[in-house]
Design a protein around this ligand. Structure first.
Ligand code: MRU
Length: 326
């Protein structure tokens, strides 16, 4: 059995992994090659590949490549440990690695089982994206303006995306929607990547800076907020891109529905509440950009936690789950 993978942002063929470098988008469409797990760790840490599901899939592809190149199980386990530590917040990374290692550990032909498990995870993610998109698109009303954050589209998943998948599906269903894409400081996943996907899909949209959201909400210009998730705790608290919590507070203040769109693979039942979620801190230079003094002290948490009480509903592959309680 040979493995061939083709998504918008990752390709695998003849033991070669190619990743669309998301740091170079939207201006340059450059594919980088990963030949070892160490190179893949660098690709993940530097956000060339990103988004909760896709970093997990990039990591297991690197393990499959190692297996296809003849590595034994002890080498594969060692690489799995390194890959798991690349980014701590998104649950998919550790879950997908564990799934693949577990499949291999059960089998005589561990290479074949790993390849099967990797293929199944990619195929499943495409299906999960389609299901969340369908479930969410049914909620969207004709003529609505939808605000989204970070990038949750085909650059973050194997399929058409989660929150952005809902938006694309609603547009496919001919609902006359408009999208407000938030820039998403400091790395600008909204300004660079979501706009790129919206342009390609020809969906009417407007880009704003993150600090413009309250103003637009106060003017009644936003009907709904749709965001993705990196980890959803058992009590419904949601870790997502830094700034998501502020959006949720603003949405509640203005009485605007706030939806978290995610497949079941993002739910972590081992994590009782948001307090248990490790928040990744990233390099200072991302915040300083090219304009602040080079030595200015910086704090750069990559994610925040939105408490469940601020979530109107979770749009999951199993359907829409409304939050109950105060
Ligand atoms: O740091 P990133 O770009 O990997 O963060 C991505 C997000 O926060 C997304 O909203 C989340 O992973 C969901 S993607 C379907």
């Amino acid at each position: 059995m040979t493995l061939t993978i083709q998504t918008s942002a990752i390709q695998y063929k003849d033991k070669v992994i190619q990743v669309l470098d998301q740091q170079r988008l939207p201006h340059d469409e450059v594919w980088v090659i990963s030949t070892t797990p160490e190179e893949m760790v660098e690709i993940i840490c530097s956000l060339k590949v990103r988004g909760a599901p896709l970093i997990g899939m990039a990591a297991i592809l690197s393990l499959a490549q190692l297996a296809e190149n003849g590595a034994d199980m002890s080498e594969i386990r060692l690489a799995a440990q390194k890959l798991k530590q690349a980014r701590p917040t998104a649950v998919n990374l550790a879950v997908y690695i564990d799934r693949v290692i577990h499949a291999a550990a059960q089998a005589d032909d561990y290479r074949a089982e790993m390849i099967k498990a990797v293929q199944a995870i990619f195929d499943e993610d495409v299906q999960l994206c389609a299901r969340v998109s369908e479930a969410g698109a049914r909620l969207i009303q004709e003529g609505e303006t939808l605000l989204t954050y970070c990038n949750t589209g085909s650059l973050a998943t194997a399929g058409n995306g989660t929150a952005l998948g809902v938006i694309k599906r609603a547009y496919e269903l001919d609902k006359a929607i408009r999208v407000i894409a938030c820039e998403t400081r400091p790395v600008l996943q909204g300004g660079r990547l979501t706009t790129w996907e919206l342009m390609k899909a020809q969906i009417p949209h407007t880009l704003i800076c993150d600090n413009m959201v309250g103003h637009l909400m106060s003017l009644g210009k936003i009907d709904r907020v749709l965001v993705g998730a990196d980890r959803i705790a058992a009590n419904g608290d949601v870790a997502n891109k830094i700034g998501t919590y502020s959006l949720a507070v603003l949405a509640q203040f203005h009485g605007i529905p706030f939806h978290v769109v995610a497949p079941y693979t993002t739910i972590d039942l081992h994590c009782p509440s948001g307090d248990c979620i490790v928040i990744e801190e990233r390099p200072a230079q991302e915040v300083r950009g090219g304009w602040s003094p080079a030595e200015t002290p910086v704090y750069n948490p990559a994610f925040d936690v939105t408490p469940a009480r601020l979530v109107t509903s979770y749009i999951l592959d199993s359907g829409v789950v409304k939050r109950v309680g105060p």
